[in-house]
Design a protein around this ligand. Structure first.
Ligand code: SAM
Length: 234
């Protein structure tokens, strides 16, 4: 059975308790498919007051996380898992997407380093395999981005999501968004479900789903739509 382990380094390890104790991720941990460990960065600082940050060289606002506690925490985790793939969460990193999630789901061990304050000393990027951003916006810390990556990657590991066919059909599985879905009631305050879905004609339904997915992609994600039109050459 394929398993995956995540080690998360953060100054707020408590933030991960509740999100990882619910739903499919909790079940996957109970079944031993997914293992998640958190590490308090303050356990690795040599500063007697537990500090992990300092003022930036050259001036500037806010504080920057020191390299030393991060290096020591990474070394401690890597002692038992020398082959673990390490990632620094950073708005300046490469953009995380579904393709990257599939790639990471093939790894056995992943370390996620969460920044805070104004970010981390740039030299930390030399200590990790990759820097990833979850999107073009800035959060207060790397904890929520780490949760996003754990959940997105873990659900691609066989056995985590009950029906794996749903992974093949969902948004981004084929460079476009998923087709619109409906359930009861057929008429809600005048909002109707498309007749074709009740026709029982599977060929027609499949064609409708394909066209509806294309229309939705063109409307919400013209960037993806252009890529489909040009066969990915843009
Ligand atoms: N001064 C930094 C900048 O302008 O790029 C932003 C630092 S942010 C307030 C603090 C930490 O939150 C970062 O070190 C990173 O770990 C995390 N973070 C914030 N936004 C993120 C994003 N979009 N993707 C990944 N991590 C993010």
């Amino acid at each position: 059975m394929k398993t995956i382990r995540f080690d998360i380094i953060s100054i707020f390890p408590g933030m991960f308790e509740s999100p990882f104790r619910e739903s499919l991720l909790n079940k996957a941990q109970e079944r031993g498919i997914v293992e998640i460990r958190t590490h308090d960065l303050r356990d690795y600082t040599l500063d007697k007051h537990g500090r992990v940050d300092d003022a930036p060289f050259g001036g500037g606002v806010g504080m920057v996380m020191n390299i030393e506690p991060i290096d020591r925490a990474l070394e401690a985790v890597k002692k038992d898992r020398p082959k673990a793939y390490s990632i620094l969460l950073s708005p300046g990193g490469y953009r995380f997407d579904q393709k990257k999630a599939w790639e990471l789901s093939g790894k056995d061990e992943i370390i996620l380093v969460c920044g805070r304050y104004e970010g981390v000393d740039e030299r930390v990027s030399e200590l990790v395999d990759e820097e990833l951003s979850i999107g073009d916006y800035v959060l207060n810390g790397g904890e929520v981005p780490a949760m996003v990556i754990v959940e997105t990657v873990a659900r691609l590991v066989p056995g985590v999501v009950g029906d794996e066919q749903s992974l093949a059909e969902e948004s981004f599985a084929s460079e476009m968004l998923e087709y619109p879905q409906y359930t009861r009631p057929r008429d809600y305050k005048g909002f109707q479900v498309p007749d074709v879905l009740m026709s029982g004609d599977h060929k027609k339904i499949e064609e409708w789903k394909r066209q509806a997915a294309l229309r939705k992609t063109a409307k919400h994600r013209p960037d993806l739509y252009r890529n489909i039109q040009t066969g990915g050459s843009e």
